[in-house]
Design a protein around this ligand. Structure first.
Ligand code: NAD
Length: 477
């Protein structure tokens, strides 16, 4: 019998280990001790997620349905606790609004949405089926760390995929905590391990390693312009849920209930201190509706800033590299999602912590109109007529094709604005959140694929369509 050298033995052992990993027979591939699916190394995370994908494939639809039910229920059960932990870590937004986002995950579409399409005729039968891609890398924002992760899980696992998350570094600890808890529950219910993986200390290096990894089949990006550009440059199939700057246009319409309009704007634009990408970011009011909206906003609890107060806040929350009024100001991210009372304090104004929104009169060129500032301070701009209002609204959205809102009883103007804006979400006579099924019809997702055009994501967004044809008269009719 020939003697094997030490290096040959090492080769055989590593081949066997690699085979076991790919077969999913080796649980917890160098995962952090006691943390299910939490990894330091992107390479390890992808290998683990590949094994998770193969385990899910073997367990079939029953496992997908079970996992989606589990994740939704855990979001409801842990809404307060995870909301508090996320708030403590990210330090942005409004604590009282955090649980609602997690509870909303129950309205994300699951496996029930994936119905195969069958065709039957003289030449036999054909099925078009929604197949999984495999391993998806998902990038999630600081603004909603666990809600985006949970919403992505529901859509992507419903479609039969596994996931590696590279969360925003500022929300990575709560992401790891939730992934660990989800995986532990999934393992207990289905026996599947590492279906969900995350990078414990995400970085640009881990982003690059994951997004260019040959064993990653698809990317899903939820974030601002920088990350969307970076992902699209990798050349991988990417679903991109990019930035927005949604305007709300209030028409000069005597039939409007302006208190209701104001309430809707505060509900959407004030939610989680304006962190929603769909949230109302600037008000454009036409003709007489300008004064009526301004008065109604204050009756509904918004605090109106004067010009000096606005200037003081502007100088703090934007960095004017070339001086005020020159060049593009850079957002000081320290103030993103800040409470209205904290913003007011910059201008020496003391207001109650319960105030949901600040408003200020500006022109259309103001940075608060032009930038996606994600603060509960809404600029209100006067337009002489509907046509001018629409052109201000369209310009301020910068072609992101994200979201827009209108308040009017004039159906022709609704249609005109809907066509002109060409946004993914267009809400008429309601708060922005109505476009995600909260106070309006429909379902929710925390990844609205604006840039790449898939829209509000569903399980179908994360599938490949495959056709299976059986030739000859084997159908029974
Ligand atoms: P962000 O762009 O700073 O970060 C988003 C994610 O991308 C994070 O994980 C971050 O670490 C990563 N990232 C940022 N720049 C990167 C780069 N150059 N290369 C690689 N990775 C990079 O955004 P944020 O502050 O976390 O979230 C707010 C932004 O996300 C807003 O622009 C908002 O409109 C957008 N958003 C969009 C949707 C949507 O569904 N369309 C949903 C939520 C948030």
């Amino acid at each position: 019998m020939s003697q094997l050298s030490e290096s040959a033995i090492r080769d055989v052992v590593s081949q066997v280990l690699a085979q076991m990993q790919s077969l999913g027979t080796m649980p917890n591939i160098q995962t952090r001790p006691g943390k299910h699916g939490v990894f330091d190394d992107p390479e390890q995370a992808v290998a683990a997620a590949r094994s998770g994908f193969e385990q899910l494939q073997k367990k079939g639809w029953a496992a997908r349905i079970k996992i989606v039910e589990l994740v939704k229920q855990m979001c409801v059960d842990n809404a307060e606790r995870w909301g508090q932990i996320e708030f403590n870590e990210t330090k942005i937004g409004r604590l009282a609004h955090k649980p609602a986002k997690l509870q909303g995950v129950k309205n994300v579409l699951g496996p029930e949405y994936l119905t195969p399409q069958g065709m039957s005729g003289d030449f036999g039968i054909t099925m078009d089926e929604a197949a999984p891609w495999g391993v998806i890398v998902a990038i999630t924002p600081l603004t909603h760390s666990v809600p985006t992760i949970a919403g992505n899980i529901v859509n992507m696992v419903a479609a039969g995929n596994s996931i590696v998350f590279n969360p925003h570094p500022g929300g990575a600890a709560v992401a790891a905590l939730a992934i660990d808890e989800f995986n532990e529950a999934i393992k207990a219910e289905t026996g599947i391990s590492n279906l969900l993986c995350t990078i414990e200390k995400p970085s640009l290096d881990s982003f690059n390693a994951l997004c260019t990894h040959e064993d990653v089949n698809m990317l899903c990006i939820t974030g601002g312009p920088g990350v969307v550009d970076a992902a699209m440059k990798t050349g991988k199939r990417a679903i991109c849920a990019g930035p927005g700057n949604p305007p709300v246009l209030v028409d000069d319409c005597s039939a409007l209930d302006f208190d209701r309009v104001a309430r809707d704007i505060i509900t959407g634009g004030g939610f989680d201190n304006n962190l929603l990408c769909i949230g109302e970011k600037q008000i454009i009011a036409v003709g007489d509706s300008y004064q009526k909206t301004l008065a109604a906003m204050q009756r509904q609890g918004a605090v109106l800033l004067n010009a000096q107060q606005l200037e003081a806040i502007k100088k703090e929350v934007f960095d004017f590299k070339n001086g005020v009024g020159c060049g593009t100001p850079v957002l000081n991210r320290k103030w993103v999602g800040a409470n209205p009372d904290a913003l007011a304090k910059i201008a020496g104004l003391n207001i109650d912590a319960s105030v949901e929104m600040l408003i200020a009169e500006t022109d259309a060129n103001d940075p608060f109109v032009q930038e996606e500032q994600m603060m509960p301070l809404l600029p209100i701009v006067r337009a002489n007529d509907f046509s001018q209002g629409l052109s201000i609204a369209k310009q301020s959205e910068h072609g992101d094709k994200h979201s827009a809102m209108i308040h009017t009883m004039n159906v022709a103007r609704m249609t005109e604005m809907g066509r002109a804006m060409d946004t993914t979400i267009f809400v008429k006579n309601g708060p922005c959140v109505a476009g995600l099924g909260m106070g309006g019809e429909g379902f929710i997702s925390f990844s609205i694929a604006t840039t790449t055009g898939e829209g509000i994501t569903t399980p179908r967004t994360f599938t490949r369509y495959r056709r299976c044809t059986l030739v000859n008269n084997l159908n029974i009719v």
